[in-house]
Ligand binder design. Structure first.
Ligand code: ACO
Length: 399
């Protein structure tokens, strides 16, 4: 690899790289991806092993601090997060000002941005104590905000967090519990959601993480950076794809068009239609996360006693695409978003909550990158170059 900033200084040359296909913006110790072989490791640990043996909070610690926590460290981390789950009552009223039809991703991003107004005196991006406290607050409050966005969209009352419950169980109760009866934890649901969250925790310099780093590189605080990251994640070419996949599958089912005909339309690029949940900038092989999610899908649906025709459609679609030259030549495989929606739907989440679940999963990764960047003495404000191709100098009429 070459250091382009030195090259630019020495030669005056600028590399044009649409979509940053070949430009590294930083060095990082957090996540390793080999897109050719389909390998993903967090801090050196293979994703398959973490998904099988770890928990969301343990992986969050690993991403943030570089090693697995001891039992005491994890216990204390968990305890601190439980103590910060409550939202300020004024922030709860913030939800009333938004329409119930608002997309939960917009609500999530707005509420995280609003959090910075409550903690102005403790969100100095250069103060280590403030950074640690803000990370704990975000881990504790993001799931609560997400659940309130859900409750708001279905017109139900918000519950207070129950801090005797684990991170995931608390989140499930806030989404699916009600005031009238105690919430019964389903261990299948709980385990499956924890595993899905682990799979989403980091993915190096993807669009939303790069956004978090870019905003953070200006000296903006962590709330502002995460709020921007949530918006970047919402797009259908990024995290929003998990919602788009379910819409696509439902549309294929309802139209009666059939999978093969739909694939033909994709290949003709008719109206720009794409196979959502397929393709990746980095993976030119099966996305290892997609493999794990696919394995989970049958297990979870069976465990929850759900039979969904959309899962069969997804499998048929994958089979046809993987055998087709169009997809083979372009090396397009299912990505993490292809099968997650079917599982989230079986769990009872509405489609518009799918990308919110991705955001909760990705939060530790965003924060680990923001922290790494902030502690790196080489960090500079992010500021891409451009090649100007507009008008040369010309005279304003009458000037
Ligand atoms: N369906 C059909 N064709 C596709 C797809 C797809 N999902 N993805 C890429 N292609 C085609 C492109 O049309 C292009 O074909 P061409 O050479 O004939 O022009 C070729 O494959 C290369 O695609 P690019 O767009 O250059 O690939 P890029 O790396 O820029 O895009 C992306 C990656 C955005 C993920 C793309 O594959 C896509 O849009 N996929 C669908 C949306 C999606 O699932 N996004 C989630 C990604 S994972 C994540 O963010 C968590």
């Amino acid at each position: 690899s070459i250091d382009l900033s030195t090259l630019t200084r020495q030669t005056g040359l600028t590399a044009l790289d649409y979509g940053f296909v070949n430009t590294a913006s930083t060095q990082s110790e957090i996540t390793y991806i080999d897109g050719e072989q389909g390998i993903l490791r967090y801090r050196g640990f293979p994703i398959e092993q973490l998904a099988q043996h770890s928990t969301y909070l343990e992986v969050a610690w690993l991403l943030l601090y570089g090693s697995l926590p001891t039992a005491d460290e994890l216990g204390e981390f968990d305890e601190r997060i439980r103590r910060h789950t409550l939202l300020h009552e004024d922030l709860k009223r913030f939800f009333s000002a938004l329409p119930h039809t608002a997309h939960p991703m917009s609500v999530l991003s707005s509420a995280v941005s609003a959090l910075s107004t409550f903690y102005e005196d403790s969100s100095d991006p250069h103060d280590l104590h403030d950074i640690e406290l803000t990370m704990i607050r975000l881990l504790a409050k993001l799931p609560v905000i997400a659940a309130y966005a859900h409750k708001k969209s279905i017109g139900q009352a918000f519950l207070y967090p129950d801090n005797s419950l684990s991170f995931v169980d608390n989140f499930l109760r806030l989404n699916f519990g009600n005031m009238a009866e105690p919430y019964v934890i389903d261990p299948v649901l709980s385990k499956a959601l924890d595993r899905l969250l682990i799979l989403h925790e980091d993915h190096e310099q993807n669009a939303s993480t790069s956004t978090v780093r870019l905003v953070g590189s200006t000296g903006a605080n962590l709330y502002a950076s995460i709020s921007a990251g949530i918006q970047a994640l919402s797009g259908p070419l990024h995290g929003g794809a998990n919602e788009a996949v379910l819409q696509m599958l439902a549309q294929i089912r309802d139209s009666g068009e059939g999978v093969a005909k739909f694939v033909e339309r994709v290949k003709r690029k008719e109206d720009g239609v794409k196979l959502m949940g397929f393709g990746h900038r980095v993976y030119k092989n099966y996305d290892p996360r997609a493999r794990l999610v696919k394995e989970s899908a049958d297990e979870v649906l069976a465990g929850l006693g759900v039979n969904d025709q959309l899962l069969d459609l997804a499998k048929e679609l994958e089979q046809i695409a993987l055998e087709d030259d169009y997809f083979k030549e372009r090396r397009l495989y299912p990505n993490v978003d292809f099968y997650t929606g079917v599982i989230y739907k079986a769990m009872g989440f509405p489609m518009r909550m799918f990308t919110v679940l991705f955001a909760i999963g990705r939060l530790p990764g965003w924060m680990a990158h923001w922290r790494e960047m902030n502690l790196d003495p080489q960090t500079k404000i992010g500021r891409p170059q451009q090649l100007y191709v507009g008008e040369p100098e010309r005279r304003y009429p009458g000037a």
